[in-house]
Ligand binder design. Structure first.
Ligand code: JDQ
Length: 236
């Protein structure tokens, strides 16, 4: 998979070299390009923002640098009205987007090319979204109902969630199916050695060697935890 990120804070993504994805990049499973939006300006101050039409607080990101940057990272764009399932997926993190889920992460992990546009200030001129939506698949995605200062943190979270679903990026594929959200329930609690720590014992069933009883206990724990913390995840 190829991933491109356009941002005014390219250094923000330096940590991707360290994480899980660092290895995936070295092995060629993920190709990552981080691009400075200001490199696509032409004035001496490398201006990326301007005041909003119609008035109001804050600044809006100008469309021209975005157009030059996105054209450069998506040379494979099709003509107007021809967006199909082969070209890049252009993702703008936005508090006004659809909420990011494990299902969206799974969809994105099957793509060949993801492009992330990180807005700042009050966001990006809407015509950028409209222009590219006529030429490729564009998604506005929210991490959740809280307000960040820009798209960078949201992109970092999405790349981590997507990257670990790419075959070969996570060591043990079983750990992917067992986890939270793949079966629609929260994770059961986990324990390791020592079997007694401070005044707390590991639940005896986990030391019993009875794999049926262990599976049943874990399922029960997952159901109880989900009912308590996230009843919205349970059917009816
Ligand atoms: C941008 C902003 C609009 C504050 C600018 C670009 N889940 C989620 N929360 N916040 C974002 C995503 C997000 C994403 C991109 C962003 C916030 N801002 C700041 C924009 C209203 C208020």
């Amino acid at each position: 998979m190829r991933i491109d990120i356009v941002t005014i804070f390219p250094e923000f993504f330096d940590v991707l070299d360290l994480s899980l994805l660092g290895k995936a990049r070295q092995s060629g499973l993920i190709e990552l390009g981080v691009h400075n939006l200001r490199d696509y300006t032409h004035d001496r101050h490398r201006t990326v923002d301007d005041t909003p039409y119609g008035g109001g607080a804050g600044m809006v990101m100008k469309p021209e640098p975005w157009g030059e940057a996105l054209d450069a990272v998506m040379p494979d764009l099709v003509g107007e009205g021809e967006a199909d399932a082969r070209g890049p997926v252009l993702i703008f993190p936005s508090p006004a987007g659809e909420q990011f889920t494990q299902a969206i992460a799974r969809d994105l992990a099957a793509e060949r090319h993801l492009v992330f546009g990180c807005g700042r200030y009050e966001g990006i001129d809407q015509r950028v979204v409209d222009h590219y939506a006529a030429r490729t698949r564009v998604r506005l995605i929210s991490l959740g109902d809280y307000v960040l200062n820009g798209g960078e943190v949201a992109v970092m979270a999405m790349i981590e969630a997507v990257g670990r679903l790419i075959p070969g990026v996570v060591g043990n594929p079983e750990s992917l199916v067992e986890e939270s959200h793949e079966d629609g329930l929260l994770e059961y609690p986990s324990y390791t050695k020592p079997s007694a720590w401070r005044d707390l014992e590991v639940p005896p069933v986990l030391l019993s060697g009875n794999h049926g009883a262990i599976a049943a206990w874990r399922r029960q724990q997952a159901l109880e935890r989900t009912a308590r913390v996230r009843p919205d995840l349970l059917p009816g």
